[in-house]
Design a binder for this molecule. Structure first.
Ligand code: SF4
Ligand code: MG
Length: 324
C-alpha cells in the first residue's frame, strides 16, 4: 500500500470548544490507483489530506491519534525537515484555488523551475527548460513563449494546469488533489479532470481526489470513501457504490445529482445540514437527517460493517439500504 491512513483523529481547539474534525478515519491508496474522498464541506476530507501532507501544523489543529503510513513508514513521528523532503519529492498537493496557491510576483517558469533548482540542484537554465517541458506535458499552448508569463495572465483552467505541472514536477508517488476543478466552469472542469486522470495513469501515481461532487469522480476514481462528520460512512469500488449504495447518506448524495440512467427521476437534496463538529450527534451522526433512522441509531455508533470483501458501510441497516 502506497498510503495508509489508520484511525486518524484530528481536533481543533477554538474559543467555543473542541471541534472534532476527523474521528477515526482509515483509508488506503495503492500506486496507480485513484481514491475519491467525497463529502460536504466540514466533513473532514480536506483536514485528513492536510494531515497526510503534514501541513496541518498550523495551530490549533492537532492530530490526537492515528498513523499515516507512506511507503510503509509512519510519517507522524518524523521531523519537519524530513516531512518537507517527502512533500517535495514523495507526495504533492493540488489545491482548488491556483491563484492564491501560486506566487503572483514570479513568472510561472521561475516557479516551476524553482522545484528543480531546490530539489534537484539544477542550474537556472536547465530548470527553465524543464519548466517548458512540464507546461507542454499539461498541454499549455505555446509553452516556450508563455513560460515568462505571470499567473494572472492565464485563464482559470490554464492556471489549474500549471498547478498540476507543479505537483508533477518531481514525479511524486502520490498526488492529493483537493477540489482541483471546483473553481472552474463545467467544460473546463472535464478537461482538467481528464488531464489529471491521464497523467495519473501514465505515471502510475496514487491519487487521492477530494471532492464534494459525486458527478466528477465517476469516470476517474477506482474507489470512493464517503465522509460525514469526520468519519468514513461508506467505502467501496466506484461502480458498486453507484449501482447500489449501502449507506443512506450515499443514497441521498446519489439522488441529488442528475444521472443519465435515471431519466425523469425527481432530484432530491438531502434535507437538513451537516452537524457542527463541536456538537456531533450521538450514535450515528447522520441520524437527524436520515430518512430511515431507528432508535438504535440515536445511541449506538455504527461500526464499519463489512458489506463485501472490499466494501464497508457504517450503517446499522446497510442491508436494507443496499437492497431497498
Ligand atoms: Fe440512518 Fe441509522 Fe443507518 Fe445512521 S445507522 S445511516 S441513522 S439507518
Ligand atoms: Mg475543503
Amino acid at each position: 500500500m502506497l498510503l495508509e491512513v489508520r484511525d486518524l483523529h484530528v481536533e481543533f481547539r477554538t474559543r467555543d470548544g473542541v471541534a472534532k474534525a476527523v474521528n477515526g478515519v482509515s483509508y488506503g491508496v495503492d500506486a496507480g490507483e485513484t481514491l475519491a474522498v467525497l463529502g460536504e464541506s466540514g466533513s473532514g476530507k480536506s483536514v485528513t489530506a492536510q494531515a497526510v501532507m503534514g501541513i496541518l501544523d498550523v495551530p490549533p489543529g492537532r492530530i490526537t491519534h492515528g498513523e499515516i503510513l507512506f511507503q510503509g513508514r509512519d510519517l507522524l513521528p518524523l521531523k519537519e525537515e524530513e516531512r518537507r523532503r517527502i512533500r517535495g519529492a514523495g507526495m504533492a498537493m493540488i489545491f482548488q484555488d491556483a491563484l492564491s496557491a501560486l506566487n503572483p510576483v514570479l513568472c510561472v517558469g521561475d516557479q516551476l523551475g524553482e522545484m528543480f533548482v531546490v530539489h534537484r540542484g539544477m542550474s537556472r537554465k536547465d530548470a527553465r527548460a524543464k519548466a517548458v517541458e512540464l507546461m507542454d506535458r499539461v498541454r499549455i499552448p505555446a509553452a516556450a513563449q508563455r513560460v515568462r508569463d505571470y499567473p494572472h495572465q492565464f485563464s482559470g483552467g490554464m492556471r489549474q494546469r500549471i498547478m498540476i505541472a507543479m505537483a508533477l514536477a518531481l514525479e511524486p508517488a502520490l498526488i492529493i488533489a483537493d477540489e482541483p476543478t471546483t473553481a472552474l466552469d463545467v467544460t473546463v472542469q472535464a478537461q482538467v479532470m481528464d488531464l489529471l486522470a491521464e497523467l495519473q495513469r501514465e505515471l502510475g501515481m496514487g491519487l487521492v481526489l477530494i471532492t464534494h461532487d459525486l458527478g466528477v469522480v465517476a469516470d476517474v476514481a477506482d474507489r470512493i470513501a464517503v465522509m460525514y462528520a469526520g468519519r468514513i460512512v461508506e467505502s467501496a469500488p466506484v461502480h458498486d457504490l453507484y449501482k447500489a449504495p449501502a449507506h443512506p447518506y450515499t443514497r441521498g448524495l446519489l439522488d441529488s445529482i442528475p444521472r443519465l440512467d435515471h431519466k425523469g427521476r425527481e432530484l432530491r437534496a438531502i434535507k437538513g445540514l451537516p452537524p457542527s463538529l463541536m456538537h456531533i450527534p450521538p450514535g450515528c451522526a447522520f441520524h437527524p437527517r436520515c430518512p430511515t433512522a431507528q432508535d438504535v441509531c440515536r445511541t449506538d455508533v455504527p461500526p464499519p460493517y463489512e458489506v463485501d470483501e472490499d466494501r464497508r458501510s457504517a450503517c446499522h441497516f446497510w442491508r436494507e439500504c443496499l437492497h431497498g
